[in-house]
Design a protein around this ligand. Structure first.
Ligand SMILES: [Cu+2]
Length: 371
């Protein structure tokens, strides 16, 4: 059943479409596909919590389809460092970042957003890959107790950010956890600058977050009983533009130690790295970016052999690397203060045979010779 607001928006959208059709003949063709979309195959995809990604084909099988995803907003306190600092978080599906969705260029994404009535806030979604209507946010405002669905065509291949965008409160929702990534693969797969196919064995989704946690008079991080209680103080810290935490996947050390990512020598890993709010600069210590789509868009040729790459706030990049050596690799934001002091470090544990040709210890440490 339509709510009053949905009915109202439907009327407005309908009137706008009618106006377009009468004034722009070429828009008529563009507006016709909805009758065909109903005939396309439909696929419902269960999302997987980051750093992992749901199973998907690297090369599209068959023609375009309608891919359905469902996100549920969870407002919940979340611990964001090893000291137990707790943030009143807002999330899609309970994770920071939100799950990554994968489709192919030309597919239609049909996205349902549920805002359970136990939540306090209105939420929506702005998908950077979508065209029109504030990236979907115009159609997807859901109050607690409501659910909405919209559809958009994935017209451009690449890694894109999505985030919550409620009027007047956008940055607060985004830096409280409501951001994720959508990967739109070229139908014939990812390619190097000469058009040769590039395959990957694994995908890691790294979502970097900047958090702004208020402190008490003694400098200790404050804990709040609710989102509403945290709002004013959090906004004040946000306006200072100095994050208290810069972390991967929702928490300092979320991807180190027993939670380290795993790979093998010879495996090719596609790393999608998003930051919905702030610039960052990923670096794989002891490795490289074999191919890097720094701006994340696969119609552009990838950069090769990079040491550090740049992710603009509000975007997602894609980097492909084949591991040549075993060991523990630190994957960091190479503002090393943010990596080491604020939390933006992940580990990738790589199994396999050491290659002496690439690196060898010529002389283990000994006392400095006297002559
Ligand atoms: Cu929100």
């Amino acid at each position: 059943m339509l709510t009053r607001r949905e009915a109202l928006m439907g009327t407005v959208a309908g009137a706008a479409t009618a106006a377009l059709l009468t004034t722009m003949p070429e828009a008529r063709a563009a507006a016709e596909p909805p009758s065909d979309i109903s005939k396309l195959p439909r696929e419902h995809v269960e999302l997987v919590a980051p750093p992992f990604v749901h199973a998907h084909d690297q090369v599209a099988i068959g023609g375009p389809k309608v891919v359905q995803f469902h996100l549920t907003v969870k407002e919940q306190p979340m611990v964001i460092d090893d000291e137990g600092t707790t943030m009143q978080a807002m999330t899609y599906n309970g994770s920071i970042p939100a799950p990554m969705m994968v489709v192919h260029e030309g597919d239609y994404v049909e996205l349902t957003l549920t805002n359970p009535e136990t939540n306090q806030m209105l939420h929506n979604i702005d998908v950077h890959a979508a065209t029109g209507g504030l990236g979907g946010a115009k159609l997807m405002d859901v109050n607690p107790g409501e659910q909405a669905t919209f559809r958009f065509k994935a017209t451009r291949a690449g890694a894109f950010v999505y985030h919550c965008a409620p009027a007047g409160m956008i940055p607060w929702h985004v830096v409280s956890g409501m951001n994720g990534a959508l990967l739109v693969l070229p139908r014939d797969g990812v390619k190097d600058g000469d058009g040769r196919r590039l395959k990957y064995d694994r995908v890691f989704y790294i979502g970097e977050s900047d958090f702004y946690i208020p402190r008490d008079a003694k400098g200790k991080f404050r804990k709040y009983a609710s989102l509403g209680d945290a709002y004013a103080d959090t906004l004040e810290v946000m306006r200072g533009l100095i994050p208290t935490h810069v972390v991967f996947n929702g928490k300092a050390n979320a991807l180190t130690g027993e939670h380290a990512l795993k790979a093998k020598v010879g495996e090719t890993v596609l790393i999608i790295h998003s930051e919905a709010n702030r610039d960052t600069r990923p670096h794989l210590i002891g490795g490289h970016g074999d191919y890097v789509w720094e701006q994340g868009k696969f119609a552009n040729p990838p950069e090769k052999d990079l040491e550090t790459w740049f992710v603009r706030g509000g975007s997602a990049c894609a980097a492909l690397y084949t591991f040549r050596q075993p060991g523990v690799y630190a994957y960091v934001n190479h503002n090393l203060i943010e990596a080491a002091e604020l939390g933006a470090t992940a580990h990738i544990m790589v199994d396999g045979e050491w290659n002496d040709d690439l690196m060898a210890q010529v002389q283990a440490p000994i006392p400095i010779p006297t002559h």
